[in-house]
Write a new protein. Structure first.
Length: 276
């Protein structure tokens, strides 16, 4: 990962997310791009975003750069000011700077703040051109990335998250935990899952990565994943997400959204690609 982008809105949650992203940036020896989006409905001809932000928020950005810039051991903290729909602008900037990963804060199911981070996290995930790591505001980071949980289900796309996750594990020296979730008695589905697990193991062995494999029979995928995450004290969960447009809006698939909502630890969402 060479380029890190952090969605920022001056909330405590986004500051918390920036702290978390700093760990990745320093480990991976890169800088951070910080993006703030003015999502008000003020017409451009009435209020120019560049002039307004310089007047009203310059001191805030100066404080952020002054406080967090020196914490970066490599690269620098770059600020981007945009106007429009938050998820659209974040995705557009990610493409422009060729971001490797985006960090965004989320409030889970129990919290709410008046800022835009939590409410836009899902749309950022589904519209982004790269993986997105969502971080809850109440997550207490230990300063290490030692164990990454990789659930494998019956979908053909399930194993597509493995290359990015394997690169992450290799960079941090983390151990991967493959969790095979058998939620069907149909032989064809179970064989597909076993095949996915075998391919994943082969890939990890070839890359000489540390891993463990666990097989679980369950009808409740999300509780099983969260339970095993607690059991192994995982630091990150890697999932696949869907990109589907309905009535002009983006949304996560039900299992992915439940995981992002309920996981107490960060979740990295990797988009499925269409297989020909």
């Amino acid at each position: 990962m060479k380029t890190i982008l952090v969605a920022f809105d001056f909330s405590k949650n986004s500051l918390h997310t920036l702290d978390y992203a700093l760990f990745y940036a320093n480990w991976l020896k890169t800088g951070i791009h910080l993006v703030w989006v003015d999502n008000t409905n003020t017409p451009e001809h009435v209020m120019n975003i560049e002039q307004t932000l310089r007047i009203e928020t310059k001191k805030y950005f100066d404080e952020i750069v002054e406080k967090y810039g020196p914490k970066l051991r490599h690269g620098k903290l770059e600020i981007h000011l945009r106007k429009g729909k938050v998820y659209s602008e974040v995705a557009m900037l990610a493409r422009q700077i060729e971001a490797s990963v985006i960090f965004a804060g989320t409030h889970g199911v129990s919290g709410y703040e008046r800022y835009w981070i939590g409410s836009n996290a899902y749309r950022i995930v589904t519209s982004a051109p790269c993986p997105v790591i969502t971080v809850r505001s109440d997550y207490e980071f230990s300063g290490k990335l030692k164990r990454i949980l990789v659930p494998i289900d019956s979908s053909a796309e399930s194993r597509q998250k493995l290359p990015f996750t394997a690169n992450l594990a290799q960079a941090f020296g983390a151990e991967l935990h493959l969790l095979v979730l058998y939620n069907s008695t149909l032989r064809v589905i179970r064989n597909r899952m076993k095949s996915s697990a075998d391919e994943a193991e082969k890939c990890l062995k070839e890359r000489k990565l540390k891993y463990k494999l666990k097989e679980v029979e369950t009808e409740k995928l999300v509780p099983a994943i969260l339970s095993y995450s607690d059991e192994i004290q995982a630091d990150l969960i890697a999932i696949m997400t869907e990109q589907t447009a309905t009535a002009g809006s983006m949304f996560l698939g039900p299992f992915a959204q439940q995981l992002v909502n309920n996981a107490l630890i960060p979740v990295v969402s990797v988009h499925a690609t269409i297989q020909n």
